[in-house]
Design a binder for this molecule. Structure first.
Ligand code: ADP
Ligand code: ADP
Length: 230
């Protein structure tokens, strides 16, 4: 059953750029969908619309039976159900790793300190950073910071995770450790939509590949079929 449905979604920015043009996408539970395409083809805009960071002008987006329809309440619900990881890690520099992962749990989910910390420590251990909870982001490598950002997103218990070029800002030797965390999530059955330039990884973990160009979905195929017939 689809958990994400995008129907006839279009979006034009005020500058006239048609970033999405009649996009149709469905993502099933536990599916890993990889979006590829040239720079400026609308990949990032599509992810941002799935997260409610941007709104489409027309069409429909439904996630877990909740329609993103410009209704603020629905958007707030969906933001909690959809975790997003960006190219830049966006951690708060003045907060420790633990406090970064705790923050939204306390503010949004109203968890008390112990409850939040228990969840955060579980997740930090999962991404291999249990021993860095008291560190500040600037004391970590890029790969470690990105793993903290993933733990922070997971702390909200999202039903879907979006990754927008999560490894593009990393030094090559740190890409592997972030992909490893993403691979484990996929294996765990997390529903994931990711934009990546890591074609080997896309082929390995992707169930389906969506190719975008000029704001349109040009091709949607199983990873197997996509890489057999380039
Ligand atoms: P991709 O992620 O595939 O590189 P984007 O979704 O970032 O593509 O961008 C799609 C198009 O929309 C590009 O032409 C980009 O310049 C434009 N765009 C993206 N965000 C904005 C914005 N906030 N305002 C105006 N144009 C934008
Ligand atoms: P990405 O490809 O990951 O979207 P960009 O560098 O294209 O990264 O965009 C970074 C930010 O700038 C995004 O918030 C995007 O919406 C915004 N942006 C991109 N293109 C434009 C544009 N032509 N005008 C205004 N804002 C833009």
């Amino acid at each position: 059953a689809p958990i994400i449905t995008v129907e006839h979604a279009s979006k034009t920015f005020p500058n006239g750029v048609a970033a999405l043009q009649d996009v149709n996408v469905t993502v099933c539970k536990s599916e890993v969908v990889v979006i590829i395409g040239p720079s400026g083809s609308g990949k990032s805009t599509l992810l941002r619309c799935l997260n409610g960071l941007e709104e489409i002008d027309s069409g429909h987006i439904t996630i877990d039976d909740i329609r993103l329809n410009g209704n603020k309440k629905n958007r707030d619900i969906i933001r909690q159900e959809v975790g997003m990881v960006f190219q830049s890690f966006n951690l708060f520099p003045h907060l420790t790793v633990l406090d970064n992962v705790n923050l939204a749990q306390k503010l949004v989910r109203k968890r008390d300190d112990k409850e939040a910390t228990d969840t955060s420590m579980d997740l930090l251990n999962k991404v291999g950073l249990g021993d860095r909870a008291a560190s500040y982001p600037s004391q970590l490598s890029g790969g470690q910071q990105q793993r903290v950002a993933i733990a922070r997103a997971l702390a909200m218990h999202p039903k879907v995770m979006l990754f927008d070029e999560a490894t593009s800002a990393l030094d090559p030797e740190m890409i592997g450790e972030v992909l490893e965390v993403m691979r484990a999530l996929a294996k765990d059955g997390m529903t994931m939509v990711l934009v990546t330039h890591e074609m080997g990884f896309a082929r390995e973990v992707g169930d389906r590949i969506i190719f975008m160009e000029h704001g349109q979905v040009i091709e949607s195929a199983t990873a197997e079929a996509f890489f057999e017939n380039p």
